[in-house]
Design a protein around this ligand. Structure first.
Ligand code: F3S
Length: 387
């Protein structure tokens, strides 16, 4: 990989040990994937935040780093709401470690906004055509597919290295030739909002690492695209998809598939809730103001009977205090900075009902509990009774 004089100096350790380590990671990655050079990134989203996922070894690794990030950077969700962790049932020992992790990242100049929807709180962090180094799979999918920016799915260390250097190796989804659709998917059903997570769950399993191009009967809304991309990134490894009518078509001879009403019904039935559900968790990916508004409407005049969590970014919750208050009047809890998958607080339940294809795919493996699926309305009904 070609390096500038300044980058060479950083590699030699002439600009400090932390930059040397960061460059070592970026150069190794670039060499493995055949990058020709490093390119500047507009922003970075760093994964590896929950103490549940990085543990002592991860904390030790980041604690050794010094200096400041070179570009605006945010964090992925942590293992708990940073202020209401007791209400989640998180123990003090975990909380101390989690706070230490977020403080350590903050000292490096990374904003302690812990969210998988960084675009919802910082629209200027990603614009069409920008190169980024984002980590969380649903955010990567949204950035590539909906915003039209360019990012690979970074691991925690490579994202952190990109944040310190302000650059990432030029390979993968940064290159035009890797952004060509590889499979055409015709969706032959009129979709409800809650169908997009299921559609992504099905499509991700089929497409795996490919780049699907969807033909829809109607144009999806932004939150629906967020749900679709998140699910495909979890049941498969889809980091880029196309949904607009005028998007480039997959080359002649590419795989074609259809998804219809029967496919959706089958997955819905296989994952229907039952009496074992003892927690309902919404907000995967983190809820937008529009989704909070819808939940406040659905929860009006109802009282929580089973634990009901709604996850969102702290800045979104702070922007809509009245919505949060209306939601919490029912007994539901709006948690910030965290999510049901990366928090150890989920692990004590038996079965979690979700309205997210991504959570449906991840909860059994990462929380070791069962998962069921329903629309937001069905989830609210499962967790509450009429007041
Ligand atoms: Fe976000 Fe957690 Fe879902 S990181 S996309 S809420 S699994």
């Amino acid at each position: 990989m070609h390096l500038s004089r300044e980058e060479e100096q950083a590699c030699q350790g002439e600009r400090g040990e932390s930059l040397r380590r960061a460059m070592e990671i970026l150069v190794a990655l670039g060499d493995i994937y055949g990058a020709d050079r490093l390119i500047p990134v507009r922003s970075v989203q760093v994964a590896g935040v929950s103490f549940k996922t990085i543990g002592e070894a991860g904390l030790e690794w980041i604690s050794d780093l010094r200096g400041k990030v070179a570009v605006p950077s945010v964090l992925n969700p942590a293992g708990m709401d940073l202020s209401r962790w007791r209400e989640m049932g998180v123990d003090e020992e975990f909380a101390d470690k989690q706070i230490e992790i977020v403080d350590t990242y903050s000292r490096l100049g990374i904003s302690p906004d812990c969210t998988c929807t960084p675009y919802s709180i910082r629209p200027d962090s990603a614009r069409r055509g920008d190169h980024l180094a984002w980590s969380e799979s649903s955010a990567v999918s949204f950035a590539n597919s909906v915003i039209g920016a360019r990012t690979n799915r970074e691991g925690g260390p490579s994202a952190l290295a990109a944040a310190l250097v302000g650059k990432t190796p030029r390979y993968g989804y940064h290159l035009e030739e890797n952004r060509v659709p590889t499979v055409e998917i015709s969706v032959e059903v009129d979709l409800e909002t809650s169908d997009y997570g299921l559609l992504g769950y099905i499509a991700g399993r089929e497409v795996d690492e490919g780049v699907p191009r969807f033909s829809f009967r109607q144009r999806p809304k932004e939150d629906e695209l967020k749900a679709l991309g998140a699910a495909m990134a979890a049941s498969g490894s889809v980091a880029l998809y196309y949904f607009e009518e005028d998007a480039p078509k997959a080359p002649r001879g590419a795989e074609e598939m259809t998804i219809n009403e029967k496919d959706l019904r089958q997955v819905r039935e296989e994952n229907a809730p039952d009496d074992e559900v003892d927690i309902v968790a919404l907000g995967c990916p983190h809820s937008s103001p529009a989704e909070l508004e819808e939940l406040a409407r659905l929860l009006a005049g109802r009282k929580v009977e089973r634990e009901l969590w709604i996850c969102t970014a702290r800045k979104v919750a702070e922007k809509c205090p009245k919505l949060v208050e209306r939601i919490e009047r029912s007994g539901a809890k709006v948690f910030c900075d965290t999510c049901m998958v990366v928090s150890p607080a989920s692990d004590r339940y038996r079965k979690m009902m979700v309205n997210s294809g991504k959570a449906l795919a991840y909860v059994p493996g990462l929380c070791k509990i069962k998962a069921a699926y329903g629309s937001a309305e069905e989830c609210v009904k499962a967790a509450t009774r009429r007041d």
